[in-house]
Each structure stands twice: as C-alpha cells, then as structure tokens.
Ligand binder design. Structure first.
Ligand SMILES: NC(=O)c1ccc[n+]([C@@H]2O[C@H](COP(=O)([O-])OP(=O)(O)OC[C@H]3O[C@@H](n4cnc5c(N)ncnc54)[C@H](OP(=O)(O)O)[C@@H]3O)[C@@H](O)[C@H]2O)c1
Length: 330
C-alpha cells in the first residue's frame, strides 16, 4: 500500500513529484544488487509500493552507458503511468555514441539523445528532461530552443538543468523569458548537510526564479544514513567500494554530535537528514539512491517522520556550518 508521502510542485511549474524520490544511478552498476534486471525491478516495485514515484536517472548511468535507462524501461513495462520519469543528457564523462562533435547540448546532439532515451525507457515521453552539465561549446539559447521544440512535440513535458552555477541559472532564465520560450523548471546540484556550497549562489537563484531544487548525493552517498561510524564502515557499500575518502575524511566530531541530536529526539539519522532537506525552501524531492527494497522503504518512511523547528534548524546550522567562501571580500 502506498504511504502518505506528500507531493510537491517542482518550482512554479505544474509538475508534481513525490517528496521522496529515487536516484537511479545504482541500476546496472557492477557490484550492486541492482546490477541486474531482477534487482532493479525489486527496488522499483518497492519504491512505487511505498509511494516513491519520482525517478531520476541519466542516459550515462550504468556499467555500460544507457543500462540504467534500459533496465528501468524493462522493469516499468505496464507501470509507466505510475511514475514521473526524469532523465538527463549531455554529460562529458561518458561517450554515448551520438554525433562526434564536442558539443553535448547542441540541437543535433539533443535530438539524438532524446530519441535514444525514449527508446531505452520504452516510453513516448520524458516527464523531466535535464541538461546534465553545462556545455561551454553550445550557447544556452540553442539548447533552450531545441528543448522547447521537444516540449511542443510532446516528447518531453518539462525541462531542467544540473550542475549549473548561479549565474548560469540566471542567464538561462532570462534567455528563456526574452525568447518567450520554455523555461527550465528544476535545478539539480550537489547538496546535503555535509555539502552546503549550493547555499551561496545556486539556492538564492532557484528561489528568485521559482525553480524547484533537486539535491544530488542527498545522503552523502550513504554516510548520513547512520550506518557508518568513526570506527566502523560496512564493506558492502558504495562508499567503501568506490569512495572510501567519503568515510576517511568525514567530520566525525560533528557527525557524532548529530547522532546525539537525533537520539535526544528519538529519531534516526536518516529521518533527521530527510527532515532537514525537506525543510529547505524550493526543495522539490529528495532523490536518494537505494540498492535494496529495505532502503527504499526506510527512505519513504523517513520522508514523513520529522519536521524540524526553527531552533532545531539553527542547531544543525551550528553543527554543519557553511564553509567559509575562499573568494569572499573582507
Ligand atoms: N546531476 C548529477 O550530476 C548527479 C551526480 C550524482 C548523482 N546524481 C543523482 O543523485 C542520486 C543519488 O545519488 P547517490 O545514490 O550516489 O547518493 P545518495 O543518495 O547520497 O546515497 C545513496 C546511497 O546510500 C545508501 N542508502 C540509501 N538509503 C539507505 C538506507 N535507508 N539505509 C542505508 N543505506 C542507504 C545506498 O548505498 P549503499 O547500499 O551502497 O551503501 C545508496 O546508494 C543519483 O541516483 C542520481 O540520480 C546526480
């Protein structure tokens, strides 16, 4: 039975998403239970069952590029209308085999990319199509034009961006308005209690322009779930397989004080992490990754477990302050 996860609007748009979402970069990832179709299906079924219906993937995710989308397309057969599908194009880290030009947000590239994603996802439309990372070789006006055409053709419902700086978010907003075009409705950037740099330029920009915010790595790759400690790191985790520095360099004094904060309130670290994120202005959905149905169920429950007071938010600010801006004028 679906839980009582609330829906939120993505910014000022008409796109509604579940406040707890599912990051899908584990699907098709070697070494995880979600490497296979069975593992992917188990997590997706548990997510839908728990009310997590907003799914965020990208064309490049998976052991081989495209595999996350392919597995999702297969696992979601017959259930497409129960989910809101977000995907991305244009990351420079992976060669998707589209036109050989260096530009990954150009008119030609985007046309090829969207058709390939639609085919892999086995759908006739993408609910949120996101520019994965800024493309210095393509003027943002060209990218906005081709994305607007896709919206008019019904292949894409809404458009978003990811990894843009604050000034790029403002530039894209004004260029879309100037051309009476289709605006970006979402911004996806790195953000968690342990990575708050987006508060300097990105969050003020998205608030100002009515854009919905989707934090990536919201659980700091799992560090903020409470399963790690200063002395113990479970080996069957992405952090210990691929990103051991996240555990080795963690601010353990602050994390231990955070655990005490949670214990005093009778909540888990996972619940406090979700509650803090969902209290951020402009936040549309916590797109946490998951490698098992149990994790998905815990994340769904955490999304409605705790709402921080103003005093509690201030206490967490003190524990996890925004690092000093090295470029600030004093
Ligand atoms: N736009 C971009 O450039 C960009 C970049 C990166 C990611 N993303 C997006 O952000 C999403 C989330 O990223 P992420 O999954 O790497 O980081 P994350 O959401 O911060 O961490 C998720 C990881 O924590 C562990 N976990 C999750 N729920 C748990 C629970 N209830 N109990 C215990 N462990 C739990 C799982 O890993 P283990 O089981 O391995 O411990 C899971 O894969 C991605 O799927 C993707 O959609 C976007």
């Amino acid at each position: 039975m679906a839980s009582d996860i609330t829906s939120r609007r993505v910014g000022a748009s008409g796109l509604l998403v579940s406040a707890a979402g599912l990051g899908c970069n584990n699907f098709g990832r070697p070494g995880t239970r979600t490497e296979t179709l069975e593992g992917t299906r188990a997590v997706l079924d548990a997510a839908i069952e728990a009310g997590i219906t907003f799914l965020d993937t990208a064309d490049m995710y998976g052991g081989e590029p495209g595999l996350s989308e392919t597995l999702m397309g297969e696992a979601l057969r017959g259930r497409r209308d129960e989910v809101v599908l977000a995907t991305k194009f244009g990351h420079f880290g992976r060669d998707m085999g589209y036109p050989p030009s260096g530009a990954k947000a150009s008119r030609t590239y985007v046309r090829r990319a969207v058709e390939a994603s639609l085919t892999r996802l086995q759908t006739d439309r993408i609910d949120l199509y996101q520019l994965h990372t800024p493309d210095p070789r393509t003027p943002i006006a060209e990218t906005l034009d081709v994305l607007a055409d896709l919206v008019r053709e019904g292949k894409v419902r809404y458009i978003g961006h990811s990894n843009l700086a604050g000034w790029q978010i403002a530039e894209a907003h004004f260029i879309a308005a100037e051309r009476a075009g289709v605006p970006f409705v979402s911004a996806q950037n790195h953000y968690s209690l342990l990575a708050r740099a987006a508060e300097r330029e990105v969050l003020p920009a998205v608030e100002r322009f009515g854009i919905g915010f989707l934090p990536f790595f919201p659980l700091h790759n799992g560090l903020l779930t409470g399963k790690f400690s200063r002395d113990h790191a479970p080996s069957d985790t992405r952090i210990m397989r691929q990103r051991a520095h996240v555990w080795e360099d963690a601010p353990w004094d602050a994390l231990e004080a955070f655990q005490t904060f949670c214990d005093e309130r009778g909540i888990t670290m996972l619940e406090a992490t979700f509650g803090w994120l969902l209290a951020r202005p402009s936040l549309s959905s916590v797109i946490a990754g998951a490698t098992s149905p149990e994790q998905v169920r815990a994340n769904a429950a955490a999304a409605s477990a705790w709402t921080p007071s103003a005093d509690e938010l201030a206490a967490l600010d003190a524990l996890f302050p925004l690092p000093e801006d090295p470029g600030a004028q004093v």
